[in-house]
Write a protein that binds this ligand. Structure first.
Ligand code: DX5
Ligand code: ZN
Length: 241
Protein backbone atom coordinates (compact mmCIF):
# COMPACT_ATOMS: atom_id res chain seq x y z
CA UNK A 1 0.00 0.00 0.00
CA UNK A 2 1.24 3.51 -0.75
CA UNK A 3 0.98 5.49 2.50
CA UNK A 4 -1.79 8.10 2.40
CA UNK A 5 0.77 10.81 3.18
CA UNK A 6 2.73 9.99 0.01
CA UNK A 7 -0.23 10.70 -2.28
CA UNK A 8 -0.32 14.04 -4.10
CA UNK A 9 -2.20 16.80 -2.30
CA UNK A 10 -4.50 19.14 -4.15
CA UNK A 11 -2.85 22.47 -4.79
CA UNK A 12 0.70 21.25 -4.06
CA UNK A 13 3.36 20.67 -6.71
CA UNK A 14 3.50 17.00 -7.65
CA UNK A 15 6.93 15.37 -7.52
CA UNK A 16 7.50 13.38 -10.70
CA UNK A 17 8.29 9.74 -9.93
CA UNK A 18 10.24 7.33 -12.14
CA UNK A 19 9.00 3.74 -12.37
CA UNK A 20 11.47 1.54 -14.29
CA UNK A 21 9.73 -1.44 -15.92
CA UNK A 22 11.67 -4.62 -15.18
CA UNK A 23 10.40 -6.09 -18.45
CA UNK A 24 13.51 -4.60 -20.09
CA UNK A 25 15.89 -5.57 -17.26
CA UNK A 26 18.45 -8.36 -17.48
CA UNK A 27 16.70 -11.22 -15.66
CA UNK A 28 19.99 -13.05 -15.25
CA UNK A 29 20.99 -10.34 -12.79
CA UNK A 30 17.64 -8.85 -11.98
CA UNK A 31 18.30 -7.73 -8.43
CA UNK A 32 21.59 -6.01 -9.36
CA UNK A 33 20.04 -4.34 -12.40
CA UNK A 34 17.10 -3.11 -10.31
CA UNK A 35 19.55 -1.84 -7.69
CA UNK A 36 21.23 0.32 -10.36
CA UNK A 37 17.88 1.98 -11.04
CA UNK A 38 17.10 2.45 -7.35
CA UNK A 39 20.57 3.85 -6.65
CA UNK A 40 19.94 6.28 -9.50
CA UNK A 41 16.80 7.49 -7.70
CA UNK A 42 13.87 5.48 -9.08
CA UNK A 43 11.00 5.72 -6.59
CA UNK A 44 8.70 3.00 -7.98
CA UNK A 45 9.43 -0.33 -9.67
CA UNK A 46 7.00 -1.39 -12.40
CA UNK A 47 6.24 -5.10 -12.85
CA UNK A 48 4.45 -6.15 -16.06
CA UNK A 49 2.36 -9.28 -15.59
CA UNK A 50 1.12 -10.85 -18.87
CA UNK A 51 -0.91 -14.02 -19.30
CA UNK A 52 -0.76 -14.85 -23.02
CA UNK A 53 -4.54 -14.22 -23.27
CA UNK A 54 -5.26 -10.58 -22.52
CA UNK A 55 -2.00 -9.74 -24.29
CA UNK A 56 0.03 -11.89 -26.69
CA UNK A 57 2.96 -12.41 -24.34
CA UNK A 58 3.81 -14.29 -21.15
CA UNK A 59 5.94 -12.75 -18.46
CA UNK A 60 6.07 -12.51 -14.72
CA UNK A 61 4.12 -14.06 -11.83
CA UNK A 62 3.97 -13.47 -8.08
CA UNK A 63 7.30 -15.27 -7.50
CA UNK A 64 9.25 -12.39 -9.04
CA UNK A 65 7.32 -9.84 -6.99
CA UNK A 66 8.10 -11.82 -3.88
CA UNK A 67 11.78 -12.02 -4.82
CA UNK A 68 11.94 -8.21 -5.04
CA UNK A 69 9.79 -7.45 -2.01
CA UNK A 70 12.42 -7.38 0.70
CA UNK A 71 14.80 -5.23 -1.30
CA UNK A 72 12.03 -2.77 -2.20
CA UNK A 73 10.85 -2.53 1.41
CA UNK A 74 14.42 -1.84 2.58
CA UNK A 75 14.87 0.89 -0.01
CA UNK A 76 11.32 2.26 0.36
CA UNK A 77 10.59 1.60 -3.31
CA UNK A 78 6.94 1.15 -4.31
CA UNK A 79 6.27 -2.18 -6.04
CA UNK A 80 3.89 -1.21 -8.83
CA UNK A 81 2.26 -4.28 -10.40
CA UNK A 82 0.48 -3.91 -13.75
CA UNK A 83 -1.84 -6.85 -14.39
CA UNK A 84 -2.34 -7.46 -18.12
CA UNK A 85 -4.38 -10.59 -17.46
CA UNK A 86 -7.93 -11.86 -17.97
CA UNK A 87 -10.04 -12.22 -14.83
CA UNK A 88 -7.57 -10.43 -12.58
CA UNK A 89 -9.65 -11.23 -9.47
CA UNK A 90 -8.25 -14.78 -9.52
CA UNK A 91 -4.72 -13.52 -8.79
CA UNK A 92 -5.22 -10.41 -6.68
CA UNK A 93 -4.64 -12.22 -3.37
CA UNK A 94 -1.47 -13.91 -4.67
CA UNK A 95 0.07 -10.61 -5.75
CA UNK A 96 -0.97 -8.88 -2.53
CA UNK A 97 0.68 -11.66 -0.52
CA UNK A 98 3.79 -11.46 -2.70
CA UNK A 99 4.25 -7.81 -1.72
CA UNK A 100 2.63 -5.58 -4.35
CA UNK A 101 2.06 -2.00 -3.11
CA UNK A 102 -0.05 -1.04 -6.13
CA UNK A 103 -2.15 -3.47 -8.19
CA UNK A 104 -3.46 -2.00 -11.43
CA UNK A 105 -6.10 -3.84 -13.44
CA UNK A 106 -7.36 -3.22 -16.98
CA UNK A 107 -10.87 -1.91 -17.41
CA UNK A 108 -11.14 -4.25 -20.44
CA UNK A 109 -10.22 -7.35 -18.40
CA UNK A 110 -12.38 -7.06 -15.30
CA UNK A 111 -16.07 -7.94 -15.59
CA UNK A 112 -16.90 -6.32 -12.24
CA UNK A 113 -14.35 -3.56 -11.98
CA UNK A 114 -15.71 -2.04 -8.79
CA UNK A 115 -15.51 -5.44 -7.10
CA UNK A 116 -11.90 -5.91 -8.26
CA UNK A 117 -10.93 -2.48 -6.93
CA UNK A 118 -12.62 -3.12 -3.57
CA UNK A 119 -10.94 -6.53 -3.31
CA UNK A 120 -7.51 -4.97 -3.88
CA UNK A 121 -8.11 -2.29 -1.24
CA UNK A 122 -9.42 -4.86 1.25
CA UNK A 123 -6.09 -6.67 0.98
CA UNK A 124 -4.21 -3.52 2.00
CA UNK A 125 -2.95 -2.71 -1.50
CA UNK A 126 -3.43 0.56 -3.42
CA UNK A 127 -5.88 -0.15 -6.27
CA UNK A 128 -5.20 1.14 -9.75
CA UNK A 129 -7.04 1.07 -13.04
CA UNK A 130 -5.74 1.30 -16.59
CA UNK A 131 -7.01 1.31 -20.16
CA UNK A 132 -5.73 0.44 -23.63
CA UNK A 133 -5.00 3.19 -26.16
CA UNK A 134 -8.31 2.63 -28.03
CA UNK A 135 -10.44 2.54 -24.86
CA UNK A 136 -12.17 5.84 -24.11
CA UNK A 137 -11.67 7.64 -20.80
CA UNK A 138 -15.44 7.61 -20.30
CA UNK A 139 -15.13 3.91 -19.27
CA UNK A 140 -13.31 5.09 -16.12
CA UNK A 141 -15.77 7.74 -15.06
CA UNK A 142 -17.60 5.73 -12.37
CA UNK A 143 -14.51 4.07 -10.90
CA UNK A 144 -12.20 7.10 -10.61
CA UNK A 145 -13.29 8.08 -7.07
CA UNK A 146 -12.32 4.61 -5.76
CA UNK A 147 -8.78 4.22 -7.06
CA UNK A 148 -5.37 5.40 -5.91
CA UNK A 149 -3.67 5.16 -9.29
CA UNK A 150 -4.76 5.65 -12.90
CA UNK A 151 -2.47 4.42 -15.66
CA UNK A 152 -2.68 5.64 -19.25
CA UNK A 153 -1.31 3.05 -21.67
CA UNK A 154 0.59 4.96 -24.35
CA UNK A 155 1.32 1.79 -26.37
CA UNK A 156 -0.75 -1.33 -26.95
CA UNK A 157 0.14 -3.54 -24.00
CA UNK A 158 2.20 -6.69 -24.54
CA UNK A 159 5.76 -5.69 -25.29
CA UNK A 160 8.48 -3.31 -24.23
CA UNK A 161 10.33 -1.09 -26.68
CA UNK A 162 7.33 0.20 -28.70
CA UNK A 163 6.79 3.82 -29.78
CA UNK A 164 4.71 6.28 -27.78
CA UNK A 165 1.31 6.89 -29.40
CA UNK A 166 1.15 10.69 -29.80
CA UNK A 167 -2.58 11.02 -29.00
CA UNK A 168 -1.80 9.74 -25.48
CA UNK A 169 -0.73 13.24 -24.47
CA UNK A 170 -4.20 14.64 -25.05
CA UNK A 171 -5.66 11.68 -23.17
CA UNK A 172 -3.43 12.43 -20.17
CA UNK A 173 -4.54 16.06 -20.27
CA UNK A 174 -8.22 15.09 -20.27
CA UNK A 175 -7.72 12.54 -17.50
CA UNK A 176 -5.84 15.13 -15.45
CA UNK A 177 -8.94 17.35 -15.51
CA UNK A 178 -11.22 14.44 -14.57
CA UNK A 179 -8.99 13.48 -11.63
CA UNK A 180 -8.61 17.07 -10.46
CA UNK A 181 -12.39 17.12 -10.21
CA UNK A 182 -13.16 13.84 -8.50
CA UNK A 183 -9.96 12.37 -7.05
CA UNK A 184 -6.99 14.77 -7.00
CA UNK A 185 -4.99 12.58 -4.61
CA UNK A 186 -4.78 9.68 -7.09
CA UNK A 187 -1.55 9.16 -9.01
CA UNK A 188 -1.61 9.61 -12.79
CA UNK A 189 0.85 7.23 -14.43
CA UNK A 190 1.84 6.81 -18.08
CA UNK A 191 3.28 3.61 -19.54
CA UNK A 192 4.76 2.80 -22.93
CA UNK A 193 7.42 4.37 -25.12
CA UNK A 194 8.43 6.99 -22.56
CA UNK A 195 11.84 8.51 -23.42
CA UNK A 196 13.55 11.78 -22.50
CA UNK A 197 12.16 13.19 -25.78
CA UNK A 198 8.50 12.80 -24.77
CA UNK A 199 8.68 12.71 -20.94
CA UNK A 200 8.41 16.48 -20.91
CA UNK A 201 5.11 16.56 -22.80
CA UNK A 202 3.65 13.72 -20.69
CA UNK A 203 4.51 15.60 -17.48
CA UNK A 204 3.29 18.91 -18.88
CA UNK A 205 -0.02 17.19 -19.70
CA UNK A 206 -0.34 16.08 -16.07
CA UNK A 207 1.39 12.71 -15.65
CA UNK A 208 3.15 12.25 -12.33
CA UNK A 209 4.55 8.70 -12.59
CA UNK A 210 6.64 7.83 -15.65
CA UNK A 211 7.03 4.14 -16.45
CA UNK A 212 10.05 3.44 -18.62
CA UNK A 213 11.52 0.07 -19.56
CA UNK A 214 13.88 0.26 -22.51
CA UNK A 215 14.70 3.92 -21.77
CA UNK A 216 15.99 2.90 -18.32
CA UNK A 217 17.52 -0.56 -18.70
CA UNK A 218 18.90 -0.14 -22.24
CA UNK A 219 22.44 1.16 -21.64
CA UNK A 220 23.70 3.17 -18.70
CA UNK A 221 20.92 3.11 -16.10
CA UNK A 222 22.30 6.03 -14.11
CA UNK A 223 22.54 8.30 -17.13
CA UNK A 224 19.18 7.13 -18.46
CA UNK A 225 17.34 7.98 -15.26
CA UNK A 226 19.14 11.32 -15.10
CA UNK A 227 17.97 12.14 -18.63
CA UNK A 228 14.34 11.25 -17.83
CA UNK A 229 14.47 13.26 -14.63
CA UNK A 230 15.92 16.29 -16.46
CA UNK A 231 13.19 16.10 -19.12
CA UNK A 232 10.47 15.90 -16.46
CA UNK A 233 12.00 18.79 -14.52
CA UNK A 234 12.07 20.96 -17.64
CA UNK A 235 8.27 20.56 -17.96
CA UNK A 236 7.79 21.53 -14.34
CA UNK A 237 10.13 24.55 -14.53
CA UNK A 238 8.24 25.70 -17.56
CA UNK A 239 4.90 25.33 -15.76
CA UNK A 240 6.05 27.31 -12.72
CA UNK A 241 7.31 30.28 -14.78
C1 DX5 B 1 3.84 -2.77 -22.13
C2 DX5 B 1 4.22 -2.61 -20.66
C3 DX5 B 1 5.20 -1.51 -20.40
C4 DX5 B 1 6.53 -1.69 -21.04
C5 DX5 B 1 7.20 -0.37 -21.13
O1 DX5 B 1 2.86 -3.74 -22.23
O2 DX5 B 1 3.06 -2.38 -19.88
O3 DX5 B 1 5.34 -1.32 -19.00
O4 DX5 B 1 7.36 -2.57 -20.37
O5 DX5 B 1 8.37 -0.53 -21.86
P1 DX5 B 1 8.97 0.66 -22.74
O6 DX5 B 1 9.26 1.77 -21.78
O7 DX5 B 1 10.19 0.05 -23.34
O8 DX5 B 1 7.91 1.03 -23.73
ZN1 ZN C 1 3.26 -1.76 -17.72
Amino acid sequence: MIPETAHPRPGEARKVLIAPSILSADFGRLRAHVAEAVDAGAEWLHVDVMDGHFVPNLTIGPLIVEALREYCRERKVILDVHLMIEEPDRYIADFAKAGADVLTVHVEASRHLHRSIQAIRALGVTPGVTLNPATPLSTLEEILPYVGNVLVMSVNPGFGGQSYIPSSTRKIERLRKMLDDVNPSAFLEVDGGIKPGNAREAVAAGAQVLVAGSAVFGGDVFQNIGALRAAAASAQDHASQ
